[in-house]
Design a protein around this ligand. Structure first.
Ligand code: IPM
Ligand code: MG
Length: 345
């Protein structure tokens, strides 16, 4: 099978981290003989400056015509790119794992959780307005979207430690009552999975205090945005945390971090994007029952963990001196050696 992958490099450090991921993906596709056609598409701040729109129709069409998308972070125009992509493609589940990684300084070890964030409604619905002295954003929570995200969370938990924490603020927000009640209704279909409820303020506190208590956290759009950044901080940094935006038909993969316009490009850590690419290979392998892709994603994960364990090619955010291309080269070497190609250029 020939896969077509749409690539949106994005803004700021986006093009650098995406290029590193593409280099590694190129090596994997060669060594595992999987045919992947990468189509680079434009979106973001620069695109808006040049064409007047941050997400051109051509890009949206290109994404729709592909099997999956690998996307870098977007800068000022994130709202005009990220939200329409998620909503138009109905990518309702934002899967954000945060796991302790080898050799990465962090306050607590043994963290292995995943934030399952509703991705199409809540405060991100875009029903809002602003004058100079009044503004509002409507928070939309529906039973349909709450139910489908809860199902994803419980299905995910079945293959993990079988615990779901439903995070909400139902003591204050009526919209959260519907979210909570719907999640608890779905929970009844999964008696094997332990369910607990937690108010979002307490969840933020517990995440900082003892993150190992969590397995799967399911929550609404903005709460998930905030808690996933916090979870990234808990395991050692945003430079390491990947995400998958999944619908029933399509998957878009991107780092949790933003475009980081203020950091020097030589400091960019490509691991979050590389691990997002790993999630993409894994998702494609399941969707198309492709064992080569499954193997490739496993090798990519193993090689990345080995790279961190060895600790000789670390980016500056992790206390090293390596650049994003250095990390890509080191991974390409490791992957090639594992597949018996010692002299790959
Ligand atoms: C994220 C980002 C986005 C979000 C922004 C850039 C629109 O913070 O993916 O977490 O809020 O979802
Ligand atoms: Mg965010």
């Amino acid at each position: 099978m020939k896969y077509s992958v749409a690539v949106i490099p994005g803004d700021g450090i986006g093009p650098i981290v995406v290029e590193a991921a593409l280099k590694v993906l190129g090596t994997l596709s060669k060594l595992f003989s999987v045919d992947i056609d990468f189509k680079v598409l434009e979106a973001g701040d620069e695109t808006k400056k040049q064409s007047g729109t941050a997400l051109p129709d051509l890009t949206l069409e290109g994404v729709r015509a592909s099997h999956a998308c690998l996307k870098g972070p977007i800068g000022e125009t994130a709202r005009e790119v990220v939200l329409p992509l998620r909503q138009k493609l109905d990518l309702y589940a934002n899967i954000r794992p945060a796991k302790t990684l080898p050799n990465i300084p962090s306050a607590v070890k043994g963290v292995d959780l995943v934030v399952v964030r509703e991705n199409t409604e809540g405060l991100y619905k875009g029903i809002e307005d602003k004058t100079s002295d009044f503004s509002f954003s409507v928070r939309v929570i529906t039973k349909r979207c709450s139910s489908r995200i809860a199902n994803v969370a419980y299905e995910t938990a079945l293959y993990r430690r079988r615990k779901v924490t439903v995070v909400h603020k139902a003591n204050v927000l009526r919209s959260c009552e519907l979210f909570r009640d719907t999640c608890l209704e779905v929970a009844r279909k999964f008696p094997q999975v332990e369910t607990e409820e937690m108010y979002v303020d307490n969840a933020a506190y517990q995440l900082a205090k003892d993150p190992t208590q969590f397995d799967v956290i399911v929550t609404t759009n903005l709460f998930g945005d905030i808690l996933s950044d916090e979870a990234a901080g808990v395991v050692g940094g945003l430079g390491l945390c990947p995400s998958a935006n999944l619908g029933d038909q399509y998957g878009l993969f991107e780092p949790v971090h933003g475009s980081a316009p203020n950091i020097d490009a030589t400091k960019a850590n490509p691991i979050a994007t590389i691990l997002s690419a790993k999630m993409m290979l894994e998702w494609l392998s399941k969707k198309y029952r492709d064992l080569s892709l499954a193997e490739a994603s496993k090798l990519l994960e193993r090689s990345t963990l080995n790279l961190l364990t060895d600790g000789d090619v670390l980016t500056r955010d992790l206390g090293g001196r390596a650049s994003a291309p250095d990390v890509a080269d080191a991974l390409v070497r490791r992957i090639s050696v594992s597949r018996g190609h010692y002299d790959l250029k």
